[in-house]
Ligand binder design. Structure first.
Ligand SMILES: *[C@@H]1O[C@H](CO)[C@@H](O)[C@H](O)[C@H]1NC(C)=O
Ligand SMILES: *[C@@H]1O[C@H](CO)[C@@H](O)[C@H](O)[C@H]1NC(C)=O
Length: 291
């Protein structure tokens, strides 16, 4: 594991020891079954409780109405290993909130109302092994580098969100990924889906539901079919579609060809012209000679 930031540790250690001398405090209405666990499951909370012990390792906050996590949350609770925020009212993660932790192993943000996972959200979460983001029905946007830095991540849940497409480069920087859930999204099997389809085919052993458990809508009639009925050949028309770069290449090669053609005809024309002059000249000499 990466070293903890040395700047903060003495400060936090001081605060923790101060709190410890005051005795183990448990937020009111929560349970603290052991020294490192705070369980506030289903307590009707509308914000993260105050007075959580700073050395908490397991924090259970599921089935509440929490709409927001303070952006310094994981800086404060830097020993947190297990954070369960399932079934709350989170709609936005402030930038930096989750990118600072270096110890979190399990994070559940499923069944909330998140709409976007911006690039760099999990920046330094190198210990994270399981990340649950499923059942956020309005989650449709994913930054290209949303999962960058999650080098230990083994399980990623993105099922039953609002995705119609996903840039495959979002999944590429996950070297430890073993299990990926993508089922229950309104995937569209159009040309944007082609690259993801190829990736899924190559990584089908990581899908607990297999290719048959993931469905996409056909572009023509909207009928939903399992991915197992498609093949790379189904997307062969997409190879014909040109990207902007392709268009630029075509335009510029067109221009270069025209320039080359103009230069060639100019060269040919002048050669012919010289040749004509030359033959005319020699003919003239001949004529002169004969006169
Ligand atoms: C989500 O939390 C609410 C509020 O506590 C609860 O009534 C509901 O049963 C929970 N849903 C699930 C699926 O656990
Ligand atoms: C969830 O987010 C969507 C889109 O931002 C919004 O329209 C909806 O009202 C939200 N739902 C809840 C329960 O907050």
């Amino acid at each position: 594991p990466p070293p903890r930031s040395l700047g903060c540790s003495p400060f936090l250690a001081l605060i923790s020891s101060t709190l410890l001398t005051q005795g183990q405090n448990c937020p009111s209405s929560c349970l603290c079954p052991d020294h490192h666990t705070v369980d506030c499951t289903g307590k009707g909370l509308t914000h993260v409780p105050d007075s959580i012990p700073l050395d908490v390792r397991r924090l259970l906050l599921s089935n509440n109405w929490i709409p927001w996590i303070p952006s310094d949350f994981l800086v404060l609770y830097s020993d947190l290993v297990y954070l369960d925020l399932r079934n709350n009212s989170l709609s936005l993660l402030e930038p930096g909130t989750l990118s600072t932790s270096s110890r979190l192993v399990f994070l559940d943000l499923g069944s909330n109302n998140l709409t976007e996972i911006p690039s760099g959200t999990f920046g330094e979460s190198r210990s994270l092994i399981k990340l649950r983001l499923g059942n956020n029905p309005h989650l449709t946007m994913m930054g290209k580098d949303a999962f960058i830095g999650l080098t230990s991540l083994r399980e990623l849940e993105l099922e039953r969100n609002g995705f119609t497409e996903l840039d495959v480069s979002v999944l590429e920087p996950l070297p430890s990924l073993r299990k990926l859930r993508l089922e229950g999204n309104p995937w569209l099997c159009n040309c944007h889906f082609a690259k993801l389809f190829v990736w899924l085919t190559e990584n089908r052993h990581k899908l607990p539901t297999g290719m048959e458990g993931i469905e996409c809508s056909l572009p023509l009639n909207g009928r939903r079919i399992p991915l197992s009925l498609l093949s790379e050949d189904s997307f062969r028309e997409c190879r014909g579609t040109l990207t902007l770069t392709d268009y630029l290449i075509v335009i510029f090669s067109g221009i270069s060809v025209s320039v080359a053609a103009i230069m060639a005809s100019f060269f040919l024309a002048s050669t012919v012209h010289c040749f004509q002059r030359f033959s005319k000249g020699s003919k003239g000499d001949d004529d002169d000679g004969s006169d």
